[in-house]
Design a protein around this ligand. Sequence first.
Ligand code: 5GP
Ligand code: ZN
Length: 113
Amino acid sequence: MDDCIFCRIAAGHIPSQKVLEDEHFVAFRDINPKAPQHILVIPREHIPSLNDIDGWGAAQGHELLRFIVRVAEQVDVAASGYRVLTNVGPDGGQEIPHLHFHILGGEKLGDFR
Ligand code: 5GP
Ligand code: ZN
C-alpha cells in the first residue's frame, strides 16, 4: 500500500535501521525507542492488525515466531530476556495500521497493563 508508512519502510522507500529481513518479514529499530533495544517486526504483506491474519497458515505463524527469536538473538537480548507485544486498534493504542510486533529489551522492563 503506497500510503502505508510500514509498507514503504519494508520496500526501502523510507529509510530505517533494519536489523534483519527475509522473504516475509522485516525488523527495524523503532524511531522512538521505549527501551535500550526496541525493534519492530512487520510482515512485508500489508495486514492491518492481528485481527486480520485469517489468510495465514500455521507455518507462517511459526515462521513469524522464529523470526522474532532470531531478531532477539541479533540484538543480543535472547539470553537476558525481552518482551514481545502487538497493539491492536484504538484501545490497544495501535498508531500504525500495519501489523507489527514490538520487541523490547536491554534492561529490566517495568510492569505493564
Ligand atoms: P503502535 O503504537 O502502532 O503499536 O506503534 C507504532 C510504533 O512505530 C511506535 O513505537 C513509533 O515510535 C514507531 N514509528 C512510527 N513511525 C515510525 C517511522 O517512521 N520509523 C520507525 N522506525 N518507527 C516508527
Ligand atoms: Zn502496510
